[in-house]
Design a protein around this ligand. Sequence first.
Ligand code: HT7
Ligand code: ZN
Length: 846
Amino acid sequence: RFLADYRPWPFRLIETRLDITLAPRGSCVRSELALERTGPGPLVLDGGAGLHTLSVCIDGAAVPPEALAIGGEALTIGDRALPEGRFTLSCTVEIDPEANTALEGLYLSGGIFCTQCEAEGFRHITWYPDRPDVMAPFRVTLRSDMPVLLSNGNPVASGPGWAEWHDPWPKPAYLFALVAGDLRAVSGRFATSSGREVALNVWVRPGDEDRAGFALESLVKAMRWDETAYGREYDLDVFNIVAVDDFNMGAMENKGLNIFNSRLVLASPETATDSDYERIEAVIAHEYFHNWTGNRITCRDWFQLCLKEGLTVFRDQQFTSDMRSAAVKRIEDVVTLRARQFREDAGPLAHPPRPDRYEEINNFYTATVYEKGAEVIGMLRRLVGDDGYRRALDLYFDRHDGQACTIEDWLKVFEDATGRDLTQFKRWYTDAGTPRLTMAEDWDQGAGRLTLRFRQDTAPTPGQPDKPPRVIPIAVGLLSPNGDEVVPTRVLEMTDAEQSFAFDGLGGRPVVSLLRGFSAPVTVDRRISRSERALLVAHDTDPFARWEAADSLAMDSLVAMAAGAGSDPALSYAYGGVLAERAMDPAFLALMLRLPAEDEIAAEMARRGAVPDPDAIHRAREALMTELATDHARVLDQIMAEMDCPLPYAPDAAQSGARSARLAALALLSRIDGGERAQAVWDRAGNMTERMGALTQLIRAGRAEGALAWMEQRFAGNRLVMDKFFTVQPMAAAPDRALPVARALAARPDFDIRNPNRFRALIGGFGANHAALHAADGSGYDFVADWLIRIDPVNPQIAARMCSLLETWPRYDEGRRAHARRALERIAALPGLSGNTAEMVTRILA
Ligand code: HT7
Ligand code: ZN
């Protein structure tokens, strides 16, 4: 499919009525679409193979067989059978939710009927114009003996065995949802700024009510924040959230009826970690924010996916910054961006935030569309300023409410609101690849002038050999050699391939603090001495740049060590300085103590033109951690003691920051004490955060048997905790132990591949063990390929998404590349391979 092929649908959909009788093996879906022709051509509706069509009528009369074609994935009614003006098309189909293991359309999750319609799931429910630019109000009747029957919008009426819902806001089919099951609500109320009373419900399985409170609190915070920060008010009488155990992604923003993966709703201190809590707060907010950025204003077509996802990620990042520490959040976001999106951009799956072609849209819910889409908005905001951003957003909501829009519409509101020409900026949306920014410095002592000379280049990506320059906002500050800030942050706007910027009136040569706040998603090459880096680590006023200086010192050291060099004493010295600083925010300290992950080191080596050796990288990182722990054992122990949080447990920024610093210190110290401290933390642990921190180190130290047995016994019935059990073992195991551990876990009866969380837990956990995944004998690739082959016929979306575990194969040596290629070819050759996985494997191999 191609962006250039977009054509409007030649009919207007005035209203959609659905009457659905639910049964596990044969649910009956009756639809009535009120339609009006607006252009020439037949009426073509989308549908899937699983629809058993019982009748198709126009204005109550069966469509004659000669006018009707049902084939493949379309139902077509010829021109001549269609009345002039308004008419009603009614269809009746039967579908089989129990057989639906792909979890797309209507399916059953642990006895609960639920739906997932984004991107193209509605066509598995009935024949429909399943495209985001066809929007209509919905009136839905559900019939079932389940006690709770939910759909979008407001409840209209209900009786024993049925309920009617009406959603007045026109919406595309991908935002339709229904839920029917034995559920309990944890409820609250919210009064909007204009006085609308909204009933809030978080629906969970009986017995899970005591783990739903945090989700409800997060929803209230998100609703209030969107009113204050964006002037956006909620627009229905009820807002329902439902938690289900079987879900392909994290959550879904269906209008008024968000459906969530239960891991993003259910939390208690005993079962969820601090990061689980933070993620729940963020995703509840993300889905809620979609009500305006996605639902009220939606996408014209799926090429525009980042219009809603990039903007909504940007908004949820702002929200978390406001709720917690902005500096820590920014660094965490950059770490994720580099680990996932830079990796994508540097490999065979590179694509722009707005792709112009795809085969399977589900394969484009990527870090590029989401995270880079958000970065692009951050740059836009930096360029137009906070006021300009606010004016543009107000205009966006005014101008486009109720519409299905494009990236062009989005950029136009910025142009109209600020008077800025965004022609060049648009390249961030249309061009793939991470620009490399090279900086050189010219210092003129006599004139007191520092000139910064920049060059930008972007390597070719699939289908895009030439990369014209982009506009890059480069935030820069200058520090004097004694650490004082002599020039506060200034944003330089680079528009050419090469460009210089001068700073005058300087008393002495300053140290440049570059790309403050990570002002653009680029990589940086600059010549900078260790002592300048150390100065930035000690004194930079910009927290991101400060962290970045420490991270790059560590990275340089690790890259050199992986290539056989000894460690750099400057790093341990800089670490000592950081540890000595008493006033540092503990969450920030935890980030400063973190060493780059093995996959990040491999990526950096590849970027520098070297071939990474995963075993050497693993050894280097372990050696450096051991050295840092040895050098700083005393103060690390002090940190562990000081950061021991008082009871009661709270998942707030202060406590979770302290716990993360404590566990970062524990991770280092466990390298030199054989896991003794980890055992002590485990024995006294009062919450899941401490348990998982300690367990990771116990596994690494090879003394986790007791802890694992306890966990299994204590949480056997808790799927979410058992997912952690499946992830942490292969992830933290020594590289030569990870495969036998993963194989043993895969052989357990509770490794159920129909549950995406469980599959991701084990296969993703193994994939996170860099040296095991990239074992020289290809055993890691084979293990992953074997399981992708097994899951593909069950759940193609999950199979395709997990293919990205193999996307970095071109980085490695010839032997590993040959093994990876063979594993990928084995998947590609599978008879009946899904289109989803076929597309991914073909792109990865290209
Ligand atoms: N907009 C939602 C995306 C999503 C999804 C996409 C494909 C297949 C299943 C899915 N479940 C949810 C979630 C979001 O980004 O907010
Ligand atoms: Zn989203």
